[in-house]
Design a protein around this ligand. Structure first.
Ligand SMILES: C[S@@+](CC[C@H](N)C(=O)[O-])C[C@H]1O[C@@H](n2cnc3c(N)ncnc32)[C@H](O)[C@@H]1O
Length: 249
């Protein structure tokens, strides 16, 4: 069973505390509901491409260094954690959805990793704990994204790296086809496979509202990360942003 770590959420920009808590509860409940079919839905919706993107995260993370400790934040069913564990990282998955964690314990990394219940806005870990933090399709779902990035910086060891894999702004040439696919096909697949059309409607809307590559790079710099860069995946449909905690911070 996941360990419990229900720390309070930090104050939000734009939303008051009560709205933020209500939003967080709604998002958690949505992931609890999709959890049993989450992995298969990802395979169908992305034609399996999400697995290639996640392997790219692992390649960019490289071999274990420092104490070899990795945090897979918003780790969900733990497929990134599983890949990182294959490379020899000691991995902690942290996610607030009990349903996602339980599905992951059954399906993916199981006992190879440590499973912790917690939210990105108030990470239940001491300062300077991890050598790398992976964050796959998680930042978009957080109610205080900049607060969560500050938390990631806090729990990274000096010189440690964050790798944030997220949907982004695709190249202009594929935008019309991509938008048609997102708006028409994804909610239908969500209804047919996951039986949760609202969750996949939310997915489409949250992707559309998420900042583009340069804006997210700016957020990382503002938070205090250095050596910030990003790599577009599949013509910018997704991107991996990388940033480091300064070695002397
Ligand atoms: C789209 S899933 C991504 C799961 C996995 N990382 C992947 O790449 O497939 C988003 C995850 O973010 C989690 N999540 C939602 N709100 C969160 C928060 N405030 N802090 C951390 N994780 C959160 C959800 O429970 C869910 O497991």
């Amino acid at each position: 069973m996941p360990e419990s770590a229900s720390a309070p959420l930090s104050p939000a920009a734009g939303l008051d505390e009560a709205e933020r808590r209500a939003d967080g509860r709604r998002i958690r409940a949505m992931f609890d509901a999709v959890a049993p079919r989450y992995d298969s839905m990802n395979d169908v919706m992305s034609f399996g491409i999400h697995r290639l993107w996640k392997r790219k995260v692992r390649r960019m993370a490289g071999k274990p260094r420092g104490r070899g400790l990795a945090l897979d934040l918003a780790g969900g069913t733990g497929d990134i954690a599983d890949l990182m564990a294959d490379k020899g990282w000691a991995v902690v998955v942290c996610d607030p959805s009990q349903g996602m964690l339980e599905a992951g314990i059954k399906a993916n990394a199981g006992p190879r990793v440590r499973w912790v219940s917690g939210a990105g806005e108030a990470l239940p870990f001491p300062d300077r704990t991890f050598d790398v933090v992976t964050l796959g399709f998680g930042l978009r779902n957080m109610t205080d994204r900049k607060g969560a990035l500050a938390e990631v910086l806090r729990v990274l060891a000096p010189g440690g790296q964050v790798l944030c894999l997220e949907f982004s702004t695709p190249w202009r040439v594929i935008r019309p086809a991509y938008e048609r696919y997102s708006r028409r096909t994804i909610p239908r697949l969500g209804a047919a496979i996951a039986r949760q059309p609202e969750a996949y409607q939310y997915l489409v809307e949250s992707i559309g509202a998420f900042p583009d590559q340069e804006t997210l790079a700016g957020w990382l710099r503002e938070t205090g990360f250095i050596d910030v860069r990003y790599r577009n995946l599949s013509l910018g449909i997704a991107a991996i942003h990388v940033g480091a905690r300064p070695a002397d911070a």
